[in-house]
Design a protein around this ligand. Structure first.
Ligand code: 0RA
Length: 641
């Protein structure tokens, strides 16, 4: 980051800014611009403003960004970059700042030579934040003065005003989200915000990001600054894991059009944690940078193993999944014109990046292994053991496959399938326990709803190698019922249902089973999450009977709201402890009927946060787990669902 040189392009002037369309469109269809008007969309406002400041940092002009959640619900983002230009635009005859804040896509920096973000929902611009805020204030220091303009609902409520002289340039944006648009909530989640800010600080080596939260009784402050960049990132990710070699491998490479930064370290665990980014945007669907990385890694480890006689002539090559077992790696690419593809626009598509990364690592990895032969041996040992487990797992899998062929249809016996054969219309409920499974079978519409009862706690995939995971019968029936296969062989087009719904009790045990299932999907069937096929059902916590009418509440806040609405009327409130306490009609009405239920779709847009949660909840660090559970009891919001 600090090494990135400013682009050599002539200085900006106001005529660069292209004027496109008005902001009414944004207020009319906010979800088109920020994804949703739920908590995700709300947080997107922050990222939008912070991304602009980070772009300024990536271009080499900004070293510090302050983000403050204000006591009155506002958000303030302050940077020491060049400041938004304030000179007059030749066409619109208004100051560039006003244009940037009131015109869609008038970032002004989209055509520049820097590695600015321009994919997915990122980079839609400050104007979108402005349109969706009931108030927004901008203060800039530039051209020797302070400047200030205030907006409401995206429209200026006064002109750009010049204030006192000022020398140090920068931009400060303060906005208050419009409650009419974000009707669900306008409350920001500290954990969501800080985990993204931490990630940005890891990716922007040397950049100082300060976070303040003034909403509580005691103001909170946190500083994120990592001199080690990605090395610190890997250290952090492996904080509660057990590394099998001391040094974190680190590689940097630059070409005319791209930059690459990679850090990695193997642990004794069984899963891989490979986080990738393009221009600081998380690419959790992977893409060409990850493909180049994987290819070079598999090759380098096989070459080293053969060269040292650790693999004999008769032995098969180690496969990709073998060499990545227990690997924690972060790949950060900077690309001039990034193309984002995939289901959620989080997959890097630029083909030239695949060969760039591969070439860079084909040279760097063997050199690192040669310099650190002791560490390399441990890594090869681990990969060899993983290969053996893989072959054992394959045998077990082939056996079950053959067995199921003999059985006939090949579907698990416990599955009560639906009659529809159209995956797009079909749903499968994974239900914990036989009694709840029984109610669900009675309640369902068997036309399009299948029920798969699972018994007890499924195996913890954080603590078990793939062969053990696959020998677990609950996991076997899950995989067979879904039909896609798992891991490297997963084929999402073979999914037998486009809705796989986790239905567990609304208690601690239910939350545990849900987390075990989610961890399994995250580690072994992530494409299903990316495709948007994984859901969580929300059974109600309470029923409230007034006369003959029954209402349902999904949490304590909703129950309290219903009570105040009722006033003095008499109500009978019942708290459900488990799904088994509901009869089939109640289960259908509240949880399964598509016209009334509330399904949460699992979305994974914050991989770092997901990693933190899964490693903490499922890993070995008991103290960290206790702390997490105390602070996030029954909370699945990390998945941004
Ligand atoms: C347009 C052009 C230039 C900088 C910016 C926008 C800019 C925007 C934001 C938003 C938050 N912080 C920001 N900092 C800068 C380039 C100006 C030049 O060439 O001097």
């Amino acid at each position: 980051m600090a090494e990135t040189k400013p682009s050599s392009r002539a200085s900006y002037d106001a005529s660069d800014i292209r004027v496109l369309e008005g902001l009414e469109a944004v207020r009319k269809r906010p979800a088109m611009y920020i994804g949703s008007t739920g908590p995700r969309g709300l947080h997107h406002l922050i990222w939008e403003v912070v991304d602009n400041a980070v772009d300024e940092a990536m271009a080499g002009y900004c070293t510090r960004i302050d983000i403050t959640l204000l006591a009155d619900g506002g958000v303030q983002v302050c940077d020491n970059g060049r400041g938004i230009p304030v000179d007059r635009h030749t066409k619109t005859r208004q100051p560039a700042l006003t244009t940037v804040l009131t015109t869609l896509h008038a970032g002004g920096k989209f055509d520049s030579g820097a590695y600015t973000v321009s994919g997915g929902l990122h980079g839609v611009g400050l104007s979108v934040v402005n349109a969706l805020s009931h108030r927004l204030e901008v203060e800039v220091v530039r051209e020797g003065f302070h400047w200030r303009q205030v907006f409401a609902y995206g429209k200026p409520i006064g002109p750009l005003e010049r204030g006192k002289p000022g020398r140090r340039t920068g931009t400060q944006v303060t906005f208050w989200a419009d409650e009419e648009i974000f009707s669900e909530t306008t409350e920001y989640d500290t954990d969501v915000v800080t985990s993204r800010l931490r990630e940005m600080a890891f990716l922007g080596k040397g950049l100082q990001i300060r976070f303040g939260d003034q909403r509580g009784d005691e103001p909170v402050e946190q500083v994120f600054e990592y001199r080690g960049g990605l090395i610190d990132f890997v250290k952090y990710l492996n904080g509660s894991r057990d590394p099998i070699h001391p040094h974190i491998a680190h590689f940097e490479e630059t070409s005319d059009t791209a930059e690459l930064d990679v850090a990695m370290q193997w642990t004794s665990g069984y899963n891989e944690t490979v986080l990738s980014f393009a221009n600081s945007i998380s690419t959790h669907e992977g893409g060409t940078h990850e493909e180049g990385f994987r290819k070079a890694l598999t090759r380098a480890i096989n070459d080293f193993a053969r060269g040292r006689g650790l693999l004999k002539d008769k032995d098969d090559n180690l496969q990709g999944e073998d060499v990545r077992e227990g690997l924690t790696a972060v790949i950060s690419a900077r690309v001039r014109h990034p193309q984002f593809e995939g289901q959620t626009k989080t997959k890097l598509g630029n083909t030239e990046i695949r060969s760039f990364v591969e070439r860079a690592l084909n040279a760097a990895l063997p050199a690192w292994f040669e310099r650190n032969p002791g560490e390399a041996r441990r890594i090869v040992d681990k990969a060899t053991t993983a290969a053996k487990a893989r072959m054992a797992a394959r045998q077990a899998r082939d056996l079950t496959r053959r067995k199921s062929l003999l059985d006939g249809a090949g579907l698990p016996g416990k599955l009560a399938d639906c009659s529809s054969r159209d995956p797009a219309l079909s749903e499968m409920f994974i239900v914990e326990g036989d009694s709840a499974g029984g109610s669900a079978k009675q309640a369902r519409n068997s036309q399009f709803q299948a029920i798969l009862p699972i018994r007890g706690k499924i195996i913890n995939v954080e603590k078990n190698r793939i062969d053990r995971v696959l020998s677990n019968v609950e996991i076997q029936s899950l995989i067979t019922a879904i039909g896609t296969g798992i891991g490297d062989e997963l084929d999402v087009t073979k999914a037998r249902y486009h809705r796989v719904v986790i239905l567990t009790d609304a208690d601690v045990d239910g939350a545990h089973i849900r987390t075990l299932l989610l961890t399994f999907f995250y580690r072994h069937m992530k494409e299903l999450i990316d495709a948007g096929y994984i859901y969580i059902a929300q059974p109600p916590l309470y029923s409230m009977k007034v006369g003959t009418k029954t209402q349902w509440a999904f949490n304590d806040a909703a129950l309290a709201r219903m009570r105040t609405e009722l006033g003095t009327k008499k109500a009978v409130v019942q708290r459900f402890k488990g799904l088994g306490e509901m009869n089939a009609d109640e289960l259908w009405d509240t949880t399964m009927d598509p016209s009334t239920r509330q399904l949460l779709r699992v979305q994974l847009d914050d991989q770092l946060r997901a990693e933190e949660v899964f490693v903490t909840l499922m890993g070995n660090d008991v103290e960290a787990r206790r702390h997490f559970i105390q602070h996030n009891a029954n909370d699945v919001r990390f998945l941004d669902i």
